[in-house]
Design a protein around this ligand. Structure first.
Ligand code: WAQ
Ligand code: MG
Length: 263
């Protein structure tokens, strides 16, 4: 298998990125579609596109996706309340939850977004060695069949237009959730017009929350909440171990949050 990755920038500012794990015969198709994607991003036309193709020699971990739980909220205020309730139910201390929200709301890298994620322990300490870059989940993908089942489930809920965002976020969240030491993840997009975010965990799956920030807000980010990790090993696993999602674990609507938190 090969890891095919794309990164596009303009004036050294990030425009878009993508990655796949593919067989040799699919390298070309993956690379071409990534170039097309880089050239057609909302953020503008890149002046630099980097495509890398790397043979994967370590065995690929095959896993089932987290299940998707759709929550319905009507405002950012309600969305944040739900996200905090879910995190607290998973067992993340109040102090850590509040700190994570404050960081993402204000731009965790001196008011700017990070390229990667914050790693926070159960005392609220940030463990990522580089506070601007953060840690970057990489070397992960979903099989065409699992991806098709996801597309089908989304289309039944009228969410087809969000397919690419959901797919990539679900792949990342699943890899993170299955990494030893991960307890939960909080995420919302840095795209000013993409207000949806999620709380993901092995315990409650991928809880998708439509409003975690106001439209027009360019701030976003990710926090990986961890416990008992050796940070070097944790980063190695998140950034380098290849993971392929071979099964989609389904999607359901949560009308009452208490149904998942069991309260
Ligand atoms: N590893 C770690 N952190 C990352 C990575 C990565 N590979 N890629 C992005 N980040 C961080 C970085 O701080 C970005 O600013 C932030 O996450 C948001 O990235 O509808 O689109 O790619 O269910 O803007 C979630 C909801 C969408 C999807 C998330 O994130 C849905 C999204 P974005
Ligand atoms: Mg983005």
């Amino acid at each position: 298998m090969y890891s095919v990755r794309m990164r596009a920038t303009k004036d050294e500012m990030h425009i878009s990125g993508a990655e796949r794990l593919v067989d040799e015969k699919n390298i070309k198709i993956a690379a071409v579609s990534m170039i097309e994607r880089a050239l057609s991003h909302d953020r503008g036309k890149p002046d630099f596109i980097n495509i890398s193709v790397e043979e994967i020699e370590t065995p690929i971990k095959e896993i089932t996706s987290l299940p998707i739980n759709l929550v319905n909220v009507n405002s950012v205020e309600e969305g944040k309340k739900v996200a905090k309730k879910v995190l607290s139910h998973i067992g993340i201390p109040y102090l850590c939850v509040e700190k994570a929200f404050t960081l993402l709301e204000n731009g965790p890298s001196d008011g700017e977004n990070m390229r990667g994620a914050i790693v926070m322990d159960m005392k609220g300490e940030r463990l990522e060695p580089d506070k601007r870059r953060g840690i970057r989940a990489s070397h992960m993908d979903i099989t065409p069949i699992a991806s098709l089942l996801l597309a089908d489930a989304l289309s039944k809920k009228g969410l087809t237009r969000h397919f690419t965002h959901v797919k990539e976020a679900l792949v990342l969240a699943t890899k993170v959730a299955f990494t030893k030491g991960s307890i939960a993840e909080l995420c919302w997009s840095d795209d000013p017009f993409y207000t949806t975010g999620y709380v993901a965990s092995g315990k409650l799956g991928y809880v998708r929350i439509p409003h975690l920030k106001k439209e027009g807000d360019y701030r976003g980010g990710r926090v990986f909440f961890v416990d008992n990790v050796n940070i070097t090993d944790y980063i190695e696993e998140i950034e380098k171990t290849p993971v392929l999602i071979t099964k989609f674990d389904g999607l359901r609507e949560i009308s009452d949050l208490n149904n998942i938190t069991g309260e």
